[in-house]
Design a protein around this ligand. Sequence first.
Ligand code: G3I
Length: 402
Amino acid sequence: MVCLSAKALLLAAGCLPQLVHSAGLDTSAVALGKLYFGTATDNPELTDTAYVTQLNNTDDFGQITPGNSQKWDATEPSQNTFTFTNGDVIADLAEANGQKLRCHNLVWYNQLPSWVSSGTWTNATLLAAMKNHITNVVTHYKGQCYAWDVVNEGLADDGTYRDNIFYQYIGEAYIPIAFATAAAADPDVKLYYNDYNIEYAGAKSTAAQNIVKLIKSYGAKIDGVGLQGHFIVGSTPSQSSQASNMAAFAALGVEVAITELDIRMTLPSTDALLAQQKTDYAGTVAACAQTSACVGVTIWDWTDKYSWVPSTFSGQGAACPWDENLVKKPAYTGILTALGGTATSTSTASGSSTTTSTSTSTGSSSVAQQYGQCGGSGWTGATTCVSGTTCTYFNDWYSQCL
Ligand code: G3I
């Protein structure tokens, strides 16, 4: 059964007001046939009323992802004691707004409680603990999630398995077993593998494709692959490279989504960097727009005020489409344009709609900015560094303009 949202039905029927010039990001994405445009959020931000007002704006956001509150340390801080309070706050907010929920995540090496990361395990005991965690969390949120990120970041950048505690005690089988366990707890939710640096062809993307095959070879279900999209201004993979990479996943019979998009820059922000960021956002979103298997795009929070970037990458930031004062940046228009150019969209009385894609984005520039990636195995972005910097080799997978 195909279920259309009320907004999609209105668009399909041409029932919108005469002009849809003000169509936002989700409205435009749905008009293009996508399921959603959405954003991550986190509990501490929900005390900021101006922030919440925009988070609730379903014209822009048709989907929400909890940035932290469904992770293992948040949901099972001690063994077999489950706390869903913070996750429920965000799930309830999304439900009240009629927004889809992407649930994030079940099995990840990071943000594990110490009883997992520092526990004494055998193959059997860790397997039982992992299955118990998945079963309880998926059962609690059954019916509320569009998708679960079942395994997050299970690969190293060279395409080998990340040497996490699950791999150490269970081996690669932890991945298909996690998917089978999630499917048993909620047969209807979409099950995703989610990772970064798999947004373009290369060893890691190939390894992620092999994970899809591995899961299927065990007879387990995988529905999608999440391409996180934590990019750098001026070094973002091109639209065409992202689209062809999406096609490689789609050929395996899974959907894809851009799940954590943000595009950081070296501060301070300048007009030139903001213009390049607009181009980079547009190219990335356009890759999803042009790919039928790509169901939607999620930004990893919408405002620089609450971005994870500055605390992780010293001297970098301004990665989101809204600035720290909650004002739209040029990137917003870039995304909107990639989703169909609503400024030229009208809905006629006869019911015909012209809200189809008119994306003209061209992807990233040919010059990588200072600190931007400029090379590495599978790298398809710029290999020339901005004047005054040199492309410096770090390892076979990463070179940077310094
Ligand atoms: O919960 C503690 C709190 O008790 C303490 O007072 C506070 C003091 O710093 O820290 C809190 O933990 C922080 C946690 O977020 C919850 O706010 C951690 O320090 C902080 O490192 C953690 O950062 C999160 C990060 O994942 C952890 O790796 C970011 O908010 C979150 O946006 C980020 O999200 C990840 C995705 O899940 C997976 N892909 C990459 C993405 C970006 O790193």
